[in-house]
Design a protein around this ligand. Structure first.
Ligand code: ADP
Ligand code: MG
Ligand code: MG
Length: 884
C-alpha cells in the first residue's frame, strides 16, 4: 500500500498523536496497541478536515487513501462494506484533539441498505436486530448528514410505540421495525429531497463530510469559545468496524470511569444499558442500570471490564473514562480518554495517585489547575435542621446554585444576559441546550446519570449540576415541574446542591466553602481529604514557584483576608477608592477651589483620612511590601455627570430658583469635560497639574509609615505613579515626593516606582528605570492602549464577532495577549533591568489572577503578580505549575 498522508490505521497511531488523529483516534490506536479488544478501524486526520474547512472540499487523494484502508479493514474482518450477503458495517465518528463531548456528530451502522439489511439478518439469525440497526442508520444519517429534524424521526418512533402499546423501542418487534424503516425512509426523502443513499461508499463519504462540517455546528463553536479551544484545529474522523450492543439481552453498551469523577474515590462507576447501541446511553432514552449490576448480568464480561479498566489506569496513570459495548457476551472497547472530573476530584485523585506512588509531587501539581481551586472557593449552602430537599438527584457537578427555574435554553440565555440568576431545568439536556447551560447558575435534570450529557458538559464547564432527579415531573411545554404535589413555574426560585444532589424549593442561604474556611484558618487541613490535598499541593506550589503573589486591596479588611489566603504583600492599592462615599464632598471642594488657599484647605482635610487608610493597610501587611498608587482617574469622575447636572440646573432656572452650588458645579464640569477621558487629564498628568494633590497623598503615606513603625510594625510602602509615558514626568513627581518624605521623616524608607501602562513607557523603559525603583505593569491599560480598544465599549460591541472569526481565541482583557502586549512587557523588563539590575517588576492588572496569563508572567521573568484576594490561591497554584 502506498503511504497514506491523510489516513492512519489504528496500528500506526498512538496517544501522543492527538493533534493529528484527535483524542478519540489517538486513544483508540493506543488501546489497540495495548492489545485491548478494540474493533479494527482507521482515522482520517484533522489535517484532512482543515483542508476541507478551508477549501470546501476534501483533499483530492483522500478517496483513494480511504479506499485502501477500507480494503485492509475488509480483509481483517473477512467482510466487505455493505456486502448484500454479509455486510461489514462501520461507524463514522468525530473526534478532535480537545475533548468536546457530544458537540460533534457520529453516524453508526454505515453500510446498511435495502439489500444488505437482509444479509445481516440472515447472517446473524436476528432479523429484528438487523432492522433496528437500519432504522438507526437512516435516523442518524438523516439528522447528521441531511439536517432532517430529529423530531420527525422521534415522532414516528413515538407513534410506533403507541400503536404497538410498548413503552420502549426494545419492545418493538421485527414487523414494527420494518414498518419504521419504511416510515423513516419516507421522512428522509421528504426532508432531504432525495432517497436514502443505497451505495455504502457514498454513505461513508457523505458521513465523513458531515462529521467535518459538524466542527462548525453552532453548539461546537460556542463550546470551543467557552473552553478556549482554537477555532481552526478541525476534527478527525474515525471509521470503526461496528460491534453490536443491540443483539439481545446478552448484549449491551455502557460507559465507565476508573474512579468516581465526582469525588475521586476508587470503585466501580458507570452506567450500563442492555440491548442498546451507544447513543442510547448518553441520550438518556431508557434508564440505565449502575455498572455494578453488570456483574449479575454477565460476570465474565464484568471481570474482564474491571481488568481492562485497571490496565488503562496503570497505563495512563490517571482516571480514565471509557465507552464499551458487549456483543453476545464479548467485550469491546470503543473509547477511552483521561476523564473530566470535578475540581474536588482533581485534587483528591492527584494526591491519591501520589500516595499510591504512581506519580510524583510535581506531576500531582500539574494535574490540578488554578481554575479548579477557584471553583472550590465558591460558597456552599447553609443547611439547617428545618430545611428539607424536595428531591435528590445525582450529584453531577458541585456547587451551590440558586436561581429562577427556566425550562428552555433560549429563555435561560435571555434572562442570564439580563443579569438574572437562573437554573436551567430540563428532562435531559442535549447539545442544543449549551447556550442556556452557559448562562445558567446551575443545571437540573430529571433523567440521566453521572454520564448524561448534562453531567458531562456541566462538569467540564465547572457549572453546578444535579441530574436524574426522577421525582421531578418536568413539563417543558407548560414551563413547569411538579414534585410532591407542588408545582414550580418558570420564574420560581429553586436551589440545587451539586455536591449532594439535593434540590430545594426557594432560596437557600449560602456560606463560605470548606476550602475558604481552611484558608481563613477555621479548619485544619487534616480534617478532610480534600483539604489535605489542597494543602499538600499548594504547599508544593509555594515551594516551587519563583513568582510572588500579592493582592489588590484598598482596605485593611481586604488586606488581612488576602494575607490569610497567602498574599505576599499588596501590589495595588487604588487610592481613589478612598475618595468615594462621604468623602466625595471634600473632593468636590478640592475641584471647585477658587484659589490655592481654598484648595490647600480641602487637601488638609483629606490627608488624615488617607493616612488612616494607609495605616491600616501597612499594619495588616507589616513586613510585606504595600504598593500605593497615587490618584489615577480624571477628577471629573468624582463630579455628577454633565447631563444630570445640566438638567438639574435648567429645571431650577425654569422654576425661577437659584441653582446655587449646582450652578458652580456645572461650570466646573463643563470646564473639565473631555471627549476621551481615558486619554485625558489623569494619572501623573493630574499630579503635575493640580498643585498639592500628589504631595498630600505622599505625605499621608509617609506619615502612616512613621506611625506604624512607631507602634512596632514594619511598614514597607511603595509609591506608584500611574500613566507615566516619559521619564521626565516621573523625575518631576519623584523629586517632589522625596522632598515630602524627607520632611516627614528622613528615616522612612519608601520605594518610588511607576506603572508601565502606556506603550511609550514600555518602549522607553530603559530611560524610565533610571528614575523608577520598580515597575508594575498595568495590563488593562496596556491592553487598551496597545490595541486601541476601549475596554468599556468593545466587549459588548464587536468582541463576540472577533471571537467567532477567530481573530483571537479569548478576549485580550481576560488572558494577556502574549504576542503583542506581551512583547511590550518583555521589552520593558529587559530594558528596565539593563538600566537597573535590581528593578522589581510586577503586574497589577486583572490578568494577575488569570491562570494562562500567570504562566506568561512567570516566563517573562516577573517578580510578582497581584490579584484580588480570592484569586490569590489560584495564582499561587498556577505560579507553582509554571515552575514544575
Ligand atoms: P461521542 O464523541 O459523542 O461520544 P462517539 O463517536 O463516541 O461519539 O459515538 C457515539 C456512540 O456510538 C458511543 O456510545 C459509541 O460507543 C458508539 N459507537 C461508536 N462507534 C461504534 C462501533 N464501531 N460499534 C458500536 N458502537 C459504536
Ligand atoms: Mg464517545
Ligand atoms: Mg491604568
Amino acid at each position: 500500500m502506498a503511504a497514506s498522508v491523510f489516513v492512519y490505521d489504528f496500528a500506526d497511531g498512538n496517544r501522543d498523536m492527538k493533534d493529528l488523529l484527535g483524542g478519540k483516534g489517538a486513544n483508540l490506536a493506543e488501546m489497540s496497541n495495548l492489545g485491548l479488544p478494540v474493533p479494527p478501524g482507521f482515522t482520517i486526520t484533522t489535517e484532512a478536515c482543515r483542508h476541507y474547512l478551508t477549501t470546501g472540499d476534501v483533499p483530492p487523494e483522500l478517496a483513494e487513501e480511504v479506499g485502501e484502508h477500507l480494503k485492509t479493514l475488509e480483509e481483517t474482518m473477512g467482510k466487505r462494506l455493505g456486502d448484500p450477503a454479509d455486510p461489514l458495517l462501520v461507524s463514522v465518528r468525530s473526534g478532535a484533539a480537545f475533548s468536546m463531548p457530544g458537540m460533534m456528530e457520529t453516524v453508526l451502522n454505515v453500510g446498511l441498505s435495502d439489500a444488505s439489511v437482509t444479509g445481516l439478518a440472515e447472517r446473524t439469525g436476528n432479523e429484528r436486530f438487523a432492522w433496528d440497526s437500519y432504522r438507526r442508520l437512516i435516523q442518524m444519517f438523516g439528522r447528521t448528514v441531511c439536517d432532517v429534524p430529529a423530531e420527525a424521526f422521534e415522532n414516528a418512533l413515538d407513534e410506533a410505540r403507541t400503536s404497538n402499546k410498548v413503552e420502549h423501542d426494545t419492545g418493538l418487534d421485527t414487523t414494527a421495525m420494518k414498518e419504521l424503516v419504511t416510515a423513516f425512509k419516507e421522512i428522509f426523502a421528504a426532508h432531504a429531497g432525495r432517497d436514502f443513499p443505497q451505495d455504502p461508499r457514498e454513505q461513508l463519504e457523505l458521513a465523513t463530510r458531515a462529521v467535518f462540517d459538524s466542527w462548525n455546528a453552532d453548539r461546537a463553536v460556542l463550546y470551543r469559545r467557552q473552553e478556549r479551544i482554537p477555532a481552526d484545529a478541525g476534527t478527525a474522523v474515525n471509521v470503526v468496524a461496528m460491534v453490536f450492543g443491540n443483539m439481545g439481552d446478552d448484549s449491551g453498551t455502557g460507559v465507565a470511569f476508573t474512579r468516581d469523577p465526582g469525588t475521586g474515590a476508587q470503585g466501580v462507576y458507570g452506567d450500563y444499558l442492555q440491548n442498546a447501541q451507544g447513543e442510547d446511553v448518553v441520550a438518556g432514552i431508557r434508564n440505565t442500570v449502575p455498572l455494578g449490576d453488570l456483574e449479575r448480568i454477565d460476570k465474565a464480561v464484568f471481570d474482564e471490564l474491571l481488568r481492562t479498566m485497571s490496565t488503562l489506569e496503570d497505563h495512563y496513570r490517571d482516571l480514565c473514562d471509557i465507552e464499551f459495548t458487549v456483543e453476545r457476551g464479548k467485550l469491546w472497547m470503543l473509547q477511552t480518554r483521561v476523564g473530566k472530573r470535578t475540581a474536588a476530584a482533581a485534587f483528591t485523585i492527584a494526591t491519591q495517585l501520589l500516595d499510591e506512588g504512581v506519580i510524583d509531587l510535581d506531576e500531582a501539581l500539574r494535574r490540578v489547575t488554578g481554575a479548579q481551586l477557584g471553583q472550590l472557593m465558591f460558597p456552599t449552602f447553609v443547611v439547617d435542621g428545618d430545611l428539607k430537599p424536595v428531591a435528590r438527584g445525582v450529584a453531577a457537578s458541585p456547587g451551590a446554585a440558586v436561581g429562577k427555574a427556566v425550562f428552555d435554553s433560549g429563555r435561560a440565555a435571555e434572562l442570564g444576559a439580563a443579569g438574572e440568576n437562573v437554573i436551567l431545568v430540563r428532562r435531559e439536556t442535549n447539545p442544543d441546550d449549551l447556550p442556556g447551560m452557559i448562562a445558567a447558575q446551575g443545571v437540573l435534570t430529571s433523567r440521566g446519570g453521572k454520564t448524561s450529557h448534562a453531567a458531562v458538559v456541566a462538569r467540564g464547564m465547572g457549572k453546578t449540576c444535579v441530574c436524574g432527579a426522577d421525582k421531578l415531573d418536568v413539563d417543558v411545554h407548560s414551563r413547569q415541574f411538579t414534585v410532591d404535589g407542588q408545582t414550580v413555574n418558570e420564574g420560581d426560585v429553586v436551589s440545587i446542591d451539586g455536591s449532594t444532589g439535593d434540590v430545594y424549593l426557594g432560596e437557600v442561604p449560602v456560606e463560605p466553602s470548606l476550602v475558604v474556611r481552611y484558608f481563613e484558618g477555621d479548619v485544619e487541613p487534616d480534617s478532610d481529604p480534600l483539604l489535605h490535598a489542597v494543602h499538600a499541593l499548594l504547599t508544593h506550589a509555594d515551594r516551587k514557584r519563583a513568582l510572588n503573589v500579592r493582592t489588590n486591596a484598598d482596605t485593611g479588611a481586604d488586606a488581612a483576608r488576602a494575607r490569610r489566603f497567602g498574599a505576599e504583600g499588596i501590589g495595588l492599592c487604588r487610592t481613589e477608592h478612598m475618595f468615594l462615599g462621604e468623602r466625595r464632598p471634600l473632593i468636590e471642594r478640592l475641584i471647585l477651589a477658587a484659589d490655592d488657599e481654598e484648595r490647600q484647605k480641602a487637601l488638609d482635610e483629606l490627608r488624615p483620612l488617607q493616612r488612616k487608610d494607609f495605616t491600616s493597610l501597612l499594619r495588616e501587611m507589616s513586613g510585606l511590601p504595600v504598593t500605593i498608587r497615587l490618584i489615577d482617574p480624571p477628577l471629573h469622575e468624582f463630579l455628577p455627570s454633565l447631563v444630570d447636572l445640566s438638567v438639574k440646573v435648567a429645571v431650577a432656572k425654569e422654576r425661577g430658583e437659584d441653582p446655587g452650588r449646582d450652578g458652580k458645579l456645572l461650570v466646573a464640569v463643563r470646564r473639565m469635560h473631555e471627549e476621551n477621558p481615558m486619554l485625558g487629564l489623569r494619572g501623573v498628568r493630574l499630579g503635575l497639574v493640580v498643585p498639592g494633590l500628589f504631595d498630600m497623598q505622599v505625605r499621608a503615606v509617609a506619615e502612616a509609615a512613621k506611625e506604624v513603625r512607631a507602634a512596632g510594625g514594619d511598614p514597607r510602602p511603595e509609591i506608584m505613579v500611574p500613566l507615566v509615558g516619559a521619564v521626565q514626568e516621573l523625575e518631576t513627581v519623584k523629586a517632589a515626593a522625596e522632598r515630602v518624605i524627607a520632611d516627614v521623616d528622613p528615616g522612612v524608607d519608601v520605594l518610588i516606582g511607576t506603572m508601565i501602562e502606556l506603550p511609550r513607557a514600555a518602549l522607553t523603559a530603559g530611560q524610565i528605570a533610571t528614575a523608577a525603583e520598580f515597575f508594575s505593569f498595568g495590563t488593562n491599560d496596556l491592553t487598551q492602549l496597545g490595541w486601541g480598544f476601549s475596554r468599556d465599549d468593545v466587549e459588548s460591541s464587536f468582541f463576540a464577532r472577533y471571537l467567532e472569526l477567530g481573530i483571537f481565541g479569548v478576549s485580550p482583557f481576560e488572558s494577556i495577549d502574549t504576542e503583542g502586549v506581551g512583547r511590550l512587557i518583555r521589552i520593558a523588563v529587559a530594558e528596565g533591568r539593563e538600566t537597573r539590575p535590581d528593578l522589581k517588576v510586577g503586574v497589577c492588572g486583572e490578568h494577575g489572577g488569570d491562570p494562562e496569563s500567570v504562566h506568561f508572567f512567570a516566563d517573562a521573568g516577573l517578580d510578582y503578580v497581584s490579584c484580588s484576594p480570592f484569586r490569590v490561591p489560584v495564582a499561587r497554584i498556577e505560579a507553582g505549575r509554571a515552575a514544575v
